[in-house]
Design a binder for this molecule. Sequence first.
Ligand code: F6P
Length: 318
Amino acid sequence: MMKKVAVLTSGGDAPGMNAVIRAVVRTALHYGFEAYGVHNGYKGLVENDIVKMDRNDVGQILNRGGTILGSSRLPEFKQKEVRQIAVDNLNKLGIDALVVIGGDGTYRGGMDLNKMGINVIAIPGTIDNDIASTEYTIGFFTALDTAIDAIDKLRDTSFSHRRCTVVEVMGRDCGDLSIYSGIACGAEIVVTKETGFNKDQVIKKVQAAEQMGKRHVIIVVAENITDVSKLAAEIDKKTNYTSRATVLGYIQRGGTPSSFDRILASKMGVRAIELLRQNKGGLAIYTNSMEIGECEISEALKAKDEITDLYSYLPKLN
Ligand code: F6P
């Protein structure tokens, strides 16, 4: 019997989700499976909003932000009776394999569905980079580039006006977007859940920067830590910098995916189908490859004879 595979995106959208959808659909078709798209995440599974997808349905989306399938959050999916409706809908269509793309909430839903007899593969798609199993999630680096671009612009105006800029970056409970953008933008101070927040210490650091003769100060604050407008107002009062707050917000979730996210998404989408082809389920795909190391310079100068495994992905994605 022909295998039928469905794909959905759930939770906060992330750049690169479309690239995964494309890779999943095209690879499924490459192996002779039928491919289905579920609209609006788990909500679409429950509402039976599931459509058959052809290779052309995923044309022109590799470079597009957002998700063509739509996304949503469905807290009710924690209830077994609600999940049972989803399973029944999949069974009616003869779909026994599902690729879910999203963050931790998506993973939990996928794990529960897997226990109910659907082979589920989870792919990390979230700007937050908060999935423990993977070094990077799809969308993280694109969101990081967006944050960097915005903070660079804030730096220009902060310098001109001799200001302290407090900028709030997304990430839910994970400080990765903040610390990575802080390093990439040369922020003086980064405040995240991991660093902890002590208002007096932050103000002392701003005063120290002033003593050092810095013309401007950039403070990156992860969301859900403190009210950045109030923090800026207090810095304004207690230092000689005028201070302003900027919340980057949802612009971090949109935009065309970066090169890294497109390739990661394509590779992960292909892997998901290859696992389902072996009837494997209940698995989360990860990447773990950006280590820094060192070797003899002579070693570094040897001819590069290894061919990247990316060549094997190309036929499945077309
Ligand atoms: O998970 C992605 C994310 O953008 C988080 O950074 C943020 O905390 C949350 O989603 C916002 O969620 P919503 O789209 O439900 O407002």
